[in-house]
Ligand binder design. Structure first.
Ligand SMILES: CN(C)c1ccc2c(c1)CCN(c1cccc(-c3cc(Nc4ccc(C(=O)N5CCOCC5)cn4)c(=O)n(C)c3)c1CO)C2=O
Length: 284
């Protein structure tokens, strides 16, 4: 790929621990919400850079392992990934500092934004942006493990970025980490994850198919009110989500490709990106 001449993140080339951010340079603002690790607030860094600051609630994350991984994560840079700027790890709670996305999660954006503002071209473009970010992670052998519209964020002009990639590995709550747990994302999981928690970029592809279904239903919950057990039975017997009302057949066909029963028959993100781009050039 051609070296993209994107501006390096503000953390580039800083002190020896370039992923270490000095909390003195961070002014915390309003609460944005709460996630797996506790409260997240908007923060202004060095007087001008808008950030989101996750303030790690004690006991929610294996912090030392994460701080090690942060070095790798700051190197993952793509216009469709929420950039990790760095961490404040010299005090407790530790802070995770990332790029700020002003419209919040894609899930809430889909449900809050009126349908006429979300035509099929816009919906398909959102899926393509997520696919680009995921193709970049796939190229870097980086698995998300919890891809869904709730874990994507929206910025200006319907820019969509994938967030919180890889963080699932550091959650200590086993209601979330074990596939039998009440917080495990069953509805986004393929058979091999349900049976053996075997994560891969191909299990991210299955989740991407469910994310596409979420997008084209403007934020419906997959499988409605079915219990986790009912969903597991359906998925293991090859029953998949129905075509969203008004969704083009060729777009639904791409979702079906993502739901191949075994990982090998699902296309990689780099192929999905080509497929979706071709559809968007031809029909919309
Ligand atoms: C283990 N996994 C998968 C995890 C771990 C942590 C988290 C998540 C998954 C996902 C949820 N999450 C979390 C929690 C809280 C905030 C953020 C979160 C929210 C942002 N932005 C906004 C912007 C606006 C609003 C808002 O209030 N509105 C209402 C008015 O209309 C505009 C939108 C909310 N969030 C943002 O930019 N980032 C980077 C993170 C995030 C995303 O980061 C986490 O912190």
């Amino acid at each position: 790929a051609s070296p993209c001449d994107r501006p390096a993140p503000p953390t580039a080339g800083l002190s020896h621990d370039k992923w270490e951010i000095d909390p003195v340079e961070l002014v915390l603002k309003e609460v944005l919400g709460a996630g797996q690790f506790g409260v997240v607030r908007r923060g202004v860094w060095r007087g001008r850079i808008d950030t989101a600051v996750k303030m790690m609630k004690e006991g929610t994350m294996s912090e030392d392992d994460f701080i090690d991984e942060a070095k790798v994560m700051t190197q993952l840079q793509h216009q469709n990934l929420v950039q990790l700027y760095g961490v404040c790890s010299k005090h407790r709670p530790i802070y995770i500092v990332t790029e700020f996305m002003k419209h919040g999660s894609l899930f809430n954006y889909l449900r809050r934004t009126s349908p006429d503002q979300l035509g099929h071209a816009v919906l398909l473009d959102m899926c393509i942006q997520v696919c680009r970010g995921m193709a970049y992670l796939e190229r870097h052998n980086y698995i998300h493990r919890d891809l869904a519209t709730r874990n994507c964020l929206v910025g200006d002009e319907n820019v969509v970025k994938v967030a919180d990639f890889g963080l699932a590995r550091y959650v200590l709550d086993d209601q979330y980490t074990s596939s039998g747990g009440s917080k495990f994302p069953i509805k986004w999981a393929p058979p091999e994850v349900l049976n053996f928690t075997r994560f891969s970029s191909k299990s991210d592809v299955w989740a991407f198919g469910v994310l596409m279904w979420e997008v084209f239903t403007c934020g419906k919950v997959p499988y409605g009110r079915l219990t986790n057990t009912e969903v597991v039975n359906r998925v293991q017997h090859g029953q998949v989500l129905e075509k969203p009302k008004g969704c083009l057949d060729e777009i639904y066909k791409v979702m079906r490709l993502c739901w191949g029963q075994t990982p090998e028959i699902r296309p990689p993100f780099r192929v999905l990106k080509e497929e979706l781009t071709t559809i968007s050039q031809r029909v919309l």
